[in-house]
Design a binder for this molecule. Structure first.
Ligand code: TYD
Ligand code: MG
Length: 451
């Protein structure tokens, strides 16, 4: 009999090392390598195999309809509803609201008559029920269980009517008999996901696996099952703010650019159909140093306020700090404003903040950031009905960006009347009809002069 050996597996990315290391060479994560016992080569059964029938692409049965939960922001991200037999992974940090979102989705689906099973490996049934009660969902016919053994779960799911949706909260608490390691390790998480995947494909039930993303590698990250599943969704948000974004980073049955926006309220997650209005609420347009960026989140236009504070420094080395913006891009914008805009910022502290805990990662946000900085330095208030988008190059030139039409229409919808954009930005007739006054800007010197 083969001797069982130990392997050293990174709990973040699943890479295998031959000895323990402080840092994973594959993903660069520290302290994520854990010793796991190797099940050894499984005995290969000497059967000759049975021939099976091959089928053509044009099947006789029509493609199965999508399963729609009725929560629009959720259905949008899955590509218009779940595909029967698919497996989705929902990742996110602990406490971000994954369980809340899924119990709401389960309840919505169950109320439409579907059989929905919610398995919690973390909370007792009473706790899940308590939460559902708080969310006013106690009457929804969702079948609940608290279990962690994959074989037991599959045996239960296989009895009775075929379940439309099965939620496993979370995959890191599951364990299966076929793998010897402790729950939460890469081997267990992978083997459990594999068993659940097989069930989804054979039964036609859609399965959602919840995966906690943790920084310290205490449990295997959802990354180790990403390649197996049909779609990877992540639920993100700033714990200090109450809105959350659902994003698809992989989707075999839909586009990945879609995002869903929710607000965490006392009564659970509420859909936000018009995020720009929420993000701009409470804006003080009469103060200098604030510019509205007509940004994009995936395929969705979104107006975001960028705030800057430029103040004389009392330190030898001035401070540059950012929240929600890329530090390197800020350094670059400041250098360009000094070199080509004639501003003197060497003796000033500079702070840049994206309001509401959002992130403005697109290069198209450069122009709005520069406008906010110039406005703060000069004390000139920007017009309240002005939106900005454009990328700044090292030469000081303002460059065109994609999706200009969507940005303009979103700004128009929110009551903006002017847009500052790159001179070279192509705007077609259709986009012009958004009705905004366009203020083309060739370079940063022009921007500074205009403000
Ligand atoms: P939860 O869904 O348990 O997070 P996860 O499953 O991702 O770990 O959400 C936990 C947080 O959500 C909790 O800190 C409180 C907050 N919350 C509300 O603000 N309102 C609510 O109605 C609910 C149920 C939770
Ligand atoms: Mg949870």
């Amino acid at each position: 009999m083969a001797k069982s050996r130990s392997t050293f597996v990174c709990q973040n990315c699943g890479a295998v090392a031959s000895r323990w290391q402080g840092r994973c060479e594959a993903c660069g994560e520290w302290n994520s390598i854990v010793e796991e016992s190797d099940p050894g080569p499984t005995a290969i059964r000497a059967t000759r195999g049975r021939p099976f029938e091959l089928e053509g692409l044009a099947g006789s049965d029509r493609p199965a309809a999508r399963i729609v939960t009725g929560i629009d922001e959720f259905d949008r991200v899955t590509g218009g509803g779940f595909v029967p037999g698919s497996v989705l992974l929902l990742g996110g940090e602990p406490g971000i609201g994954k369980s809340t979102l899924l119990i709401q989705a389960c309840a919505a689906l169950a109320r439409r008559g579907a059989r929905v099973i919610y398995i919690s490996g973390e909370e007792a049934v009473a706790q899940v029920r308590l939460r559902a009660g708080r969310l006013d969902l106690a009457d929804a016919p969702v079948e609940l269980a608290s279990a962690t053994q994959v074989e037991d779960i599959l045996a239960t799911c296989a009895t009775g009517k075929r379940a439309t949706l099965i939620v496993i909260d979370s995959i890191q608490t599951m364990h299966t008999e076929v793998a010897p390691s402790a729950p939460g390790t890469v081997t267990q998480v992978r083997a459990s996901a594999q068993a659940l995947l097989r069930h989804a494909k054979t039964s036609g039930s859609t399965i959602i696996l919840v995966g906690h993303v943790t920084k310290d590698g205490q449990v295997a990250g959802p990354r180790v099952v990403e390649h197996m599943v049909d779609a990877v969704l992540s639920f993100e948000g700033d714990a200090a703010h109450h809105f959350r974004m659902l994003r698809a980073s992989k989707n075999r049955f839909g586009a990945t650019g879609e995002i869903g926006v929710f607000e965490m309220t006392g009564g659970g997650l509420a859909e936000v159909a018009n995020p720009s209005a929420l993000f701009l609420a409470g804006r003080d347009a009469s103060a200098p140093g604030a510019a509205v960026f007509a940004g994009m989140e995936g395929q969705r236009p979104m107006l975001i306020e960028i705030q800057a504070l430029v103040a004389p420094t009392s330190l030898g080395t001035p401070r540059r700090a950012v929240v929600g913006f890329d530090q390197n891009r800020l350094s670059m914008i400041l250098a360009v404003l000094e070199a080509h805009g004639g501003l003197k910022l060497g003796m000033h502290d500079v702070y840049l903040n994206v309001a509401g805990g959002l992130r403005a990662d697109e290069p198209a946000g450069d122009l709005a950031a520069a406008a906010a900085l110039v406005s703060s330095l000069t004390g000139a208030v920007l017009p309240a009905d002005q939106a900005f988008f454009g990328e700044i190059g090292l030469s000081g030139a303002i460059r065109p960006v994609i999706h200009a039409g969507m940005r303009l229409r979103e700004a128009a919808k929110l009551g903006f009347h002017q847009a500052v954009l790159a001179q070279a930005q192509q705007i077609n007739e259709d986009d012009r009809r958004a009705g905004l006054t366009l203020r083309p800007c060739g370079d940063v010197a022009q921007l500074v002069a205009a403000i």
